[in-house]
Design a protein around this ligand. Sequence first.
Ligand SMILES: [Cu+2]
Length: 132
Amino acid sequence: MKKTITFISGIALLSVIFALVGCSSSAPEAAKTEATAAGASGPMGASGHSIKKYPMQGKVLSLNAAEKSARIDAGAIGDWMGPMTMNYAVKDAADFAKLSAGVTINATVFVDGDDFWVGEVNVAGTSAATGK
Ligand SMILES: [Cu+2]
């Protein structure tokens, strides 16, 4: 019985770790990246760190006009995020205007500390099959 409880605890712990790693970069990794980029001359963001840019390819699933955010099913985004569906702020109105449900995009993810958003949007194609 004790063994079973230990096993279940292990699963729960793994789940927590996976959840933490899944949707944000780990602190040690961020620290390492920052140290590596110390000599680089990126623009400073609000966080005081230089803003990092990652190419992203994804499909827009839905839009939230009030929040100017998009739910995007994206492939791996550099070493920042694995392939997953999540919400991204789209800060630039011109970029947001290019988006609609069903389109596939090539874009850039900007990461400023804990803040991130999508910009430099290019619509790569529309999915006529979904007809949205
Ligand atoms: Cu994520």
